[in-house]
Design a binder for this molecule. Sequence first.
Ligand SMILES: [Zn+2]
Length: 138
Amino acid sequence: MIAYDLECENGHTFEGWFDNEKEFKKQCQKGLVSCPVCNSTLVTRALSTFGIARHRHQDGGQARVRDPLVQFSKFVQENFEDVGVDFAKEALKIHYGATESRNIRGVSTVQEEETLRSEGVSFFKLPVFSKDKSGEDD
Ligand SMILES: [Zn+2]
């Protein structure tokens, strides 16, 4: 079984489990994959955002963290090098000491995520915050 991060035409993201990629495509074509929020069957795979955390202490406490996840995501954006779609490659290089050890962030596919896991690379996943303010559907 593989898990895919999926996104519907209205920008809702959710996770779907399939036997394999072929099965995913087949189910998509048959309209069997639908968004749990709006029931749209126009569903595509979404890229996931990852960051690698290393031990690093920040000086001083930050007062009044309103939304820890958003705050943290901001921290990652400001302090992690953006390697974009090379995330998995860079993460593996760092893991094997082939390149300078540092904090990186980037996007990766579910398949790359599996590779990193099987290689024993520690990473964590952050939710993707959409830039546009889409209204909440009722
Ligand atoms: Zn939707």
